[in-house]
Design a protein around this ligand. Sequence first.
Ligand SMILES: [Zn+2]
Length: 261
Amino acid sequence: MAAGVVAAFLGLGLALEQGLVGRAEPLSGMHLGAPTTTADGPTSTGPTGGGHQTTAPASATASTDAGPLRAPRIVADHLTFGATRKAETAAYAERHYGTRTWQLDPTMIVLHYTESDTYGSARSLFEADVPNRGERPGTCAHYVVDQDGTIYELVPPTVMCRHAIGLNQLAIGIEFVQSSNGHDSRWAVQQVLRRKAQAAAGVALVEDLQRRYAIKDGDVIGHAMVNEAKGFRDLQGWRNDHTDWQQPEVARFRSLLTTAP
Ligand SMILES: [Zn+2]
């Protein structure tokens, strides 16, 4: 299938319906719910293009009895998401969820890994907007957490992104840079959990999103758990066939969360 060809071309074997998402709300007023772009021109030159905006989420100034909340540093590296991709997303949402919208009011978080060794290769696939299962928009994810702990926001969390069949209408998608290198998907996720900088960044990102959108620990799930998740819905009868982030590793990830709304 086309996506497979592209994935192979990019050296990827993406373990997602699609892949990516996420970022902090209006970064310095740059966008409100959606990247501000003109036409469909690129909004970024990619990770090596320089000029990234680094912003702290709105919750950065919040505090609790436990003291000031940590706000993770998030690098805005938004995908091109102009009128064309928004229209493709709205049409996808209508076909699969019965609601014609490209906007997202997130209530869940789905964890993934990229099945690639670099952030750049994952970003390139998501940017390409190539059909997956014969349909556009291409796969994407809201956030990608690199192995050194850098968090990239590719799509604002208020914009729907195609990363998990049946839950794109509810969930933010987070990808961790990791390839399986011939091992199984549980091994791959365990590498992420053992890599302190990456795991800690992922936890900080998830906690921040939980605070901002009142997402419960139990609604932070793995891609492998999506078909059985509350809220799963696909009017075309599609199901996920991915095994990334199974229950034992998700349980371990949840145990690291301190938000517990
Ligand atoms: Zn996945």
